[in-house]
Design a protein. Structure first.
Length: 76
């Protein structure tokens, strides 16, 4: 599983987690990057219990989000 944290223009943060090849999960509208990182840490704990590692996606996957509604499109 990989994840990326995206900055939104409205100052909030979204986390996208992907289970290869096509399952995508999103957590939207986190108030701070620290809150987003805390959510990812909870995801790590859950996935570790299942024996699945969680890794940050490549840096280019963390480009700023231009459209805060992006998470409503193409959700897995």
């Amino acid at each position: 599983m990989t994840y990326a944290i995206g900055d939104r223009e409205d100052g909030l943060f979204d986390v996208t987690a992907t289970i290869a090849p096509d399952k995508v999960f999103r957590r939207q509208g986190l108030a701070t990057r620290a809150e987003a990182e805390e959510w990812v840490e909870g995801l790590r704990v859950l996935m570790a219990a299942l024996g699945a590692p969680v890794a940050r996606a490549e840096p280019e996957a963390e480009l700023p989000v231009r459209d805060p509604a992006w998470a409503r499109r193409g959700a897995g």
